[in-house]
Write a new protein. Structure first.
Length: 237
């Protein structure tokens, strides 16, 4: 949390010259964002107002086909956890357009927007139980940029709790930043919590070099990756 709060202080100091944040969604991020909001609400009114003006972030991914007001969309997740409490507009809290007529074009546009903003500064990442980061499903290489992806059975199973516990109800496709954009971030913070992530985290920590079968292993190629894991997630490592 200190790291994130410090990043926001930097954003206040350097304003639009700073690189945007790369944000993630999912249950792992709920306590992270709740803690961040608590910290930021402790700032002076002037600083909070300035932060609203300079805030710039790009989310990793979004389901295709959900309305933005649908509580299961990642747009709604961000509005709930950060947008409303911090009074941020949707235009500074960017999420891929999962309702676009042509999702491939939307993914290309999103990638171009990330690049035009100077690339990601601090990238927050969660970890999928099958090793995905964003929605980069295995097998995946390091060159891919923002793209449309077909979600695996494993991922739809993992995320079914938001869809009445029914994997079939989870959208089949999503837009995700690619590993290329993630690896181009200045620094990466991988957050892994809970017993369900212990097997994949143990596998990741044993790896000596990247392997397409575990997308998160491409992070081994990055010079500045910080892992934040709780005792349950580390229980098999
Ligand atoms: C999801 C999202 C990722 C997220 C990860 C972990 O499918 N696409 O962005 O970081 O998988 O999710 P959770 O934190 O809910 O376990």
């Amino acid at each position: 949390m200190d790291v994130l709060e410090q990043e926001f202080r930097q954003l206040l100091i350097h304003g639009h010259a700073a690189r945007p944040l790369g944000l993630a969604t999912g249950r792992t991020m709920e306590p992270v964002y709740a803690g961040l909001v608590r910290r930021l609400q402790g700032w002076s009114g002037t600083d909070r107002q300035r932060l609203r003006l300079v805030w710039s972030s790009f989310n990793l991914d979004e389901y295709i086909g959900l309305a933005s007001r649908d509580p299961r969309s990642y747009r709604a997740f961000m509005d709930t956890w950060l947008g409303q409490p911090l009074q941020l507009t949707s235009s500074c809290l960017r999420v891929p357009d999962g309702q676009a007529m042509d999702p491939t074009v939307a993914a290309e546009d999103y990638s171009r927007d990330v690049q035009a903003s100077g690339g990601i500064g601090l990238q927050l990442l969660g970890l999928g139980a099958n090793g995905h980061v964003g929605f980069n499903e295995p097998p995946c290489g390091p060159e891919q940029r923002c793209h449309v992806v077909t979600l695996s059975e494993a991922t739809r199973h993992q995320n079914a709790s938001m869809f009445g516990g029914t994997p079939a109800a989870v959208p089949h496709q999503a837009i995700t930043l690619g590993v290329a954009e993630i690896l181009a971030a200045r620094e990466i913070h991988l957050v892994v919590t809970g017993r369900s992530k212990a097997p994949i985290l143990a596998r990741l920590l044993e790896m000596q070099r990247p392997d397409p079968s575990l997308p998160a292993s491409w992070l081994l190629e990055h010079q500045r990756v910080q892992l934040w894991a709780d005792a349950e997630a580390l229980s098999l490592a």
